[in-house]
Design a protein around this ligand. Structure first.
Ligand SMILES: [Zn+2]
Length: 273
């Protein structure tokens, strides 16, 4: 599953290929893509200039010069390939944009679960919370977004309306880093826990974005919790557990995440009279 760093890399590729280019043709090559991007949508984008490309969470938005928007979400697989229009299409090509400089931008998506949608304007685009990497995402911001939410904190972190860009891997990693039990009801987290969580989310994604290959290279990944069932916790040595929450695997250390974990040193202690 492309996580935030992979999507960020893909967006950079897309942005570079499409900067100030106009669309010569747009084609959905797979029935699943045609469900949301029909020939009538293709006709609307032909001749339009791509004004800018933005990433919000794992969503990609191509803003066209008439105010319309192409919204792309890779979901389970997917990446952009850029070739010349004269070259043969690669396997698993699902959607193609031909540009006025002879370049071709191809959505290559083996699982064919990616989504391409055209919107006449920005009003119907998905509602997303603040970016996980936003420096303004602090304990107070988290508190207001989680207020009254009784769902487990792990599930809340995956809700893109709460925070945009946290996927299953980074939710596990951030909760481990913050020493929070993933089953804790969101609204039950106190200020100290929210402080640690805000910092952990930003730090986890900062590291991942700085080196996008780092968490997805399989052998020797520096993951602390995700996909480490039965392996020793790098903090306390207890085995990492796997449970299923909302149909997704959650990995955590029962010993040091949550109320029964080691006491947390208050950050404000030092310097007080
Ligand atoms: Zn532990």
């Amino acid at each position: 599953v492309p996580e935030l760093p992979e999507v960020e890399l893909a967006v950079r590729t897309l942005r570079e290929a499409t900067a100030d280019r106009s669309i010569v043709s747009a084609r959905a090559l797979h029935p699943a893509v045609r469900r949301t991007f029909a020939p009538r949508h293709a006709r609307r984008v032909v001749g339009r200039r791509i004004a800018r490309v933005e990433r919000r969470g794992k969503h990609q938005f191509l803003y066209l010069d008439d105010g319309s928007v192409l919204h792309v979400h890779f979901r389970m697989s997917g990446d952009w390939h850029v070739t010349r229009s004269s070259e043969p299409l690669p396997a698993h090509a699902r959607f193609v944009l031909e540009l006025d400089d002879g370049a071709r931008v191809i959505l290559v998506d083996p699982r064919a679960l990616g989504v391409v949608e055209w919107h006449a304007d920005g009003s119907a685009l998905p509602v997303l919370g603040p970016e996980a990497t936003d420096p303004a995402l602090d304990a107070a911001a988290l508190r207001s977004r989680l207020a009254g939410r009784r769902i487990p904190i792990k599930a809340a972190l995956l809700d893109q309306r709460v925070i945009a860009g946290v996927g299953n891997i980074y939710a596990a990693e951030a909760l481990w880093r913050a020493r929070i039990d993933p089953r804790t009801p969101s609204s039950a987290l106190d200020d100290a826990a929210l402080d640690r969580l805000a910092e952990a989310i930003r730090e986890t994604l900062r590291i991942a974005l700085a080196d996008p290959g780092r968490y997805s290279s399989g052998e020797g990944t520096p993951l602390d919790a995700y996909d480490r069932e039965g392996e020793p916790c790098r903090r306390c040595g207890s085995p990492i557990r796997r449970i299923v929450q909302s149909g997704r695997s959650t990995f955590y250390c029962e010993a040091c995440q949550g109320e029964d974990g080691p006491p947390v040193t208050p950050r404000t202690r030092a310097g007080r009279p």
